[in-house]
Design a protein around this ligand. Sequence first.
Ligand SMILES: Nc1ncnc2c1ncn2[C@@H]1O[C@H](COP(=O)(O)OP(=O)(O)OP(=O)(O)O)[C@@H](O)[C@H]1O
Length: 482
Amino acid sequence: MKILVSWYALSNDFDGNEVQLGGPTCQFHKHFYQHDLHLILSTAAPDEDPKLDRLVNRLLLDYPKRRIEGRGMGVKDPINMPDIKAKVEALLLRISEADQIDLFISPGTPAMQVAWYLCHMNLSLPTRLLQTRASKYTTTGLPELIEIRTEQSSIPVSMVLLEQLQREEDKQTSSFLITETLKPVYERATRVAGTDRVTCLIQGASGTGKENLAKFIHNQSNRANRPFVAINCAAIGDTLLESRLFGYEKGAFTGADKKTVGFFDTAKGGTLFLDEIGDISASMQQTLLRVLQEQEFTPVGATTVRKADVRIIAATHKDLRHECQQGHFRWDLFYRLSVAELRLPTLAEWSLTEKRLLIDHFVVIKQKALRRTKQISFSSASRNVLDAYLFPGNVRELENLIESLYVFADELVNVADLPSWICQPDNAASTFDWQMHEKDLIRRALTYFKGNKTRTLEALGYGSINTLTKKIEQYNLASIVY
Ligand SMILES: Nc1ncnc2c1ncn2[C@@H]1O[C@H](COP(=O)(O)OP(=O)(O)OP(=O)(O)O)[C@@H](O)[C@H]1O
């Protein structure tokens, strides 16, 4: 395995908050990347650097098949060389089984470069020191890759603090995969992120990654340094939902023994994610509509209004247009929420190759999260079963399955290790194949004819518009974005 490790360049990899495609990290990927994994390091505490997330996500958008992961190293002072060295030493030792570890030293402070040099010299690991020369300084007009060759010490390093290894391990679990099927959705999401405040509606079945997508929009937006607050609207009744969202005054209701701020205040300047919006009551729909129209809200029991400064991202597993047609959801609120509409495909809509990629992705992620020394692998029979299974619970179901296999199965997963419902013959691909095929056909035709049902009908040859409409409902295609 060939691993690339580098810090990101605070100024050169970014122009303000935007990822700089001409920066050293993006340029490396464009011209020189031939690795199996890139670990991009940030000085921030683990999981607390929106810029790092933005850079990783941008690269994954451009190179969806690459494995690129961000690591917050928790370095307080970017010129404290001993601290930096101790942390990168620990990291390098953890990946010491790699065949080659390339240390890309161009981005980062001089202290970071010295630390790379010392690690290369002293750790006796298969490291190479790489730097790049920007195209404006080369005669060819293209950037150049330079390897700094030095004699490495033959004395292995004797001690590295083990507790550091442990602390880092916990945080190596967050990273997600943007496959070809997801790419258009994430591209639209990037555009949504670029517009402040635009309300967004994410539709998709349970477990397809709606909250992930909402976080992605937040992290890509100018609001990334402010809070992302999520609330599941289906889980609680009207009164509680209202007091959670808007806060309340002391004595506003029985049990309100002190003034409490709501999520609109907590998320001020940031993003408020309203999950399962399709499940809120008619009266809550009315309240929310007013807040969205007037951009202000009143805490329960208060007399004065407060300004709402949040971007709302709502999500639902329901087909909200259909809910409106049925009179269960207000059209005016639907239009307010769906200024930007995104739809996440079910796992059944992913190609087989992508599904396998996701399995491999979780095999790696869960190994780290559960601190297993060895990765699980699949017998060819168990691979076949997984290929045929449609994962109705989508990404979450697949993720949970891999996690449980790490807990209960041996390193080599056999069919007997898989849950019985996955192996049941009624899940066999043959039953579903033609339905999937039909669904795909209708989806493609609708997209091609930009949602025009008459032309789709002509192209596919269904007897009547009613048949086509029923199929569209059956396959949950009513809300696809053309
Ligand atoms: N593209 C992806 N790559 C890796 N993991 C993903 C991806 N999308 C989703 N996940 C993971 O799948 C799980 C479910 O995702 P998430 O909670 O965002 O789904 P959801 O659609 O909001 O679910 P629900 O409708 O049940 O609230 C999470 O653990 C998430 O990290």
